[in-house]
Write a protein that binds this ligand. Structure first.
Ligand code: FMN
Length: 314
């Protein structure tokens, strides 16, 4: 079984990627999308989104990192894919699933599911121009408004030469609302003859089993499930392992805080921590308590003191 950490813009940044990857079980982590319009982006843009490129494209604990690109311009995507690979990305992922209205308005993300021929051109051009030894994956939803173009898009991706297909098993209009329709991809791997990774609504080892069984594949991608429980990949792969306890999670929070305080502007730190806690509290009542304790604080020093007091007691 292969497990990927999903690209999550504004959430799974380098700090969370490092922490989640170090819990073990992840075969690869994906960066937040890098938006490509019609230009080759400067290296600093790649380094901002993927500082791991300075470490040969690995997290601190040596999990490979794959850069995700979003756009519709075949030439510009190909030149940026090449640059990302030269800088150390482990393959490239193309985003055909982003539901954001702004992104879709500029013909990026899920809107391209309405245009399988554009998907074909983009994938083909990127595949032909990027290094042959680097894998290309494409991440799609089941469709835009409905599933009417699902097969055409999936076929465009495989016929254009992508090496892997990742399916977030919902249409764009279904947003992030449960359920995810894993079984809709059940014939993908056999028909397309490329490996399928299934994604969407995998919160527990049991979900992982059902998702891969229903989608007929050996590979899955964890998104919000990994944010709520960073140890989820371990728990899926190692059936002996019991669910992570708060005592496993709490030290990660302190580590996360040190990491963001060490590298981010102080005005963003409290927001980032509260954002993660708002996911963790879905799984851990202690995260809810911690959230209430720091809720009114915005100053780094205050939060550091509160966190130490609350977490070091654990
Ligand atoms: C905050 C957030 C940001 C996301 N950003 C991206 C992104 O940059 N690229 C992408 O392909 N998908 C993005 N996604 C979608 C996820 O990769 C994933 O497909 C989706 O969350 C479904 O998986 P899940 O149910 O396990 O979370 C994002 C999702 C969330 C919640």
């Amino acid at each position: 079984m292969k497990i990927y950490l999903a690209p999550m813009e504004g959430l799974a940044d380098v700090h969370l990627r490092q922490l989640i990857a170090q819990t073990g079980g992840y075969d690869m982590v994906f960066t937040e999308f890098i938006r490509v319009v019609d230009q080759l982006l400067p290296e600093h843009v790649f380094l901002r989104q993927a500082p791991e490129l300075e470490n040969q494209g690995y997290t601190r604990c040596r999990t490979p990192v794959r850069v995700q690109l979003l756009g519709n311009h075949p030439e510009a995507l190909a030149s940026n894919a090449n640059r990302a690979c030269e800088m150390g990305s482990h393959g490239i992922d193309l985003n055909f699933g982003c539901p954001s209205k702004t992104v879709n308005a500029s013909k990026g993300g899920a809107i391209l599911l309405k245009e399988p021929e554009t998907i074909y051109r983009v994938v083909k051009n990127v595949r032909e121009q990027m290094p042959a030894n680097q894998p290309l994956s494409a991440k799609m939803r089941l469709g835009f408004d409905d599933e009417s173009t699902m097969w055409e898009c999936a076929q465009a991706i495989s016929e254009a030469g992508a090496n892997e297909i990742i399916v977030h098993a919902r249409t764009r209009s279904q947003g992030y609302k449960p359920p995810a329709y894993w079984h809709k991809a059940e014939d993908f791997e056999q028909t397309l003859q490329i490996p399928l990774t299934i994604n969407g609504e995998i919160w527990t080892p049991d979900d992982a089993k059902r998702a891969t069984t229903e989608a007929n594949c050996q590979s899955l991608m964890l998104g919000r499930g990994a944010i709520r429980n960073p140890f989820l990949a371990q728990e899926i792969k190692n059936t002996e392992r019991t669910a992570a306890l708060w005592t496993d999670i709490a030290p990660l929070i302190l580590e996360f805080w040190d990491s963001i305080v060490g590298s981010m502007s102080p005005r963003y730190c409290s927001g980032r921590l509260k954002q993660w806690l708002s996911y963790l509290r879905e799984s851990y009542v202690q995260a809810e308590d911690l959230f209430s304790v720091i809720r009114k604080s915005t100053e780094v020093e205050d939060i550091t003191t509160l966190l130490k007091r609350e977490i070091e007691e654990v």
